[in-house]
Design a protein around this ligand. Structure first.
Ligand code: G5P
Ligand code: MG
Length: 282
């Protein structure tokens, strides 16, 4: 189904609520849509031992939040690299975290965690005080309004500060709040398995892989996430409770917040699809 206008969508919701699941389903139905999962991006960096990954590993494992500045740089760089926003000035310099170091969709065939020059670039990026907003030196970038530049952000922004700063880079036109009771979500976390290179998510009961322990598409092994245990999950939940209210208020004030509730992803999906179509297709 083709989009009539550019969709710039964010998914907000508690850990395990089904952001990744809904994101996969939307992408399957609307091929013009692409997605960035901030968690997948971070885990990719951790796996490949990039300077960023080394810096954030302990925070993620403990269920904490990565600092706003770092997240802003990571995401704005990704938006530029994918062509979803342009520099304001054609010669505007955009600080890059080389894609071999951060792009979740890419796998590192060399097996050595990316090329050395990208690591140097990444280190410079992390220590640069002058690009704290992740915006190029010539002012805010221009937004690409073509429907093919439609995107979905899963897990970013997660604080009001991140939302404020994202507004300076690109205006979000739909913020979806996914709601499912905590008791229901808790059960899911223990059964989650992921295919790390692609971010595909499985669950031993809800959507098991065709072959146990193997990704349906590539046949590669599935792994558990380092932060998927009950103790860390509770910390992640607490962080969500602390940060979500101001974040939701931010988008409610802008008139783009839409909430959808359900006991399962299957209950939420049809409502989400219907509203997405109403906003971006009809
Ligand atoms: P992430 O990676 O963004 P979370 O904690 O926000 O992590 P998570 O755990 O990835 O969110 P999800 O994507 O909302 O959850 O849920 P999912 O993966 O689709 O579903 C969870 C499981 O339930 C899966 O196994 C799925 O198959 C199953 N499932 C789905 N629907 C159903 C259902 O209806 N029934 C059943 N039975 N099962 C179902 O962030 C990770 C960390 O990165 C850092 C933080 O440290 C964070 O903790 N981080 C950031 N830090 C600062 N700012 C940011 N913006 C950050 N973004 C990430
Ligand atoms: Mg997820």
């Amino acid at each position: 189904m083709r989009l009539r206008r550019a969709a710039r969508v964010i998914l907000i919701g508690a850990p395990g609520v089904g952001k990744g699941t809904q994101s996969e389903r939307l992408l399957r139905r609307f091929p013009q849509l692409s997605a960035i999962s901030s968690g997948d991006l971070l885990r990719h960096n951790v796996k490949h031992r990039t300077p960023l990954g080394i810096k954030v590993e302990s925070t993620i494992k403990a269920g904490g939040l990565v600092p706003d500045d770092l997240m802003l740089r990571l995401i704005s760089n990704e938006l530029h690299q994918r062509g979803w926003i342009f520099p304001a000035h054609p010669e505007g310099h955009v600080m890059t975290l080389a894609s071999s170091g951060i792009c979740a969709a890419e796998t590192d065939s060399s097996g050595n965690g990316g090329n050395p020059s990208s690591d140097v670039e990444t280190a410079a990026f992390l220590s640069s005080p002058t690009h704290a907003h992740g915006i190029n030196a010539f002012g805010p970038p221009r937004v690409n309004e073509d429907p093919s530049a439609s995107f979905l952000l899963d897990g970013f922004p997660r604080t009001a500060t991140q939302a404020d700063r994202l507004d300076e880079i690109v205006p979000i036109n739909w913020a979806v709040w996914l709601k499912t009771p905590l008791e229901v979500i808790m059960e899911r976390i223990n059964g989650r398995w992921v295919h790390e290179p692609s971010g595909r998510v499985y669950n031993t009961t809800f959507n098991p892989p065709r072959v146990p322990g193997r990704d349906d598409v590539t046949g590669e092994p599935l792994v558990r996430r380092a932060d998927d245990n009950e103790e860390v999950y509770r910390k992640r939940w607490e962080r969500f409770l602390e940060t979500s209210e101001p974040l939701l208020e931010h988008y409610a004030r802008k008139g783009v917040l839409w909430e959808v509730e359900g006991m399962s992803s299957d209950e939420i999906t049809p409502k989400l699809m219907r509203e997405f179509e109403r906003k971006f297709i009809e």
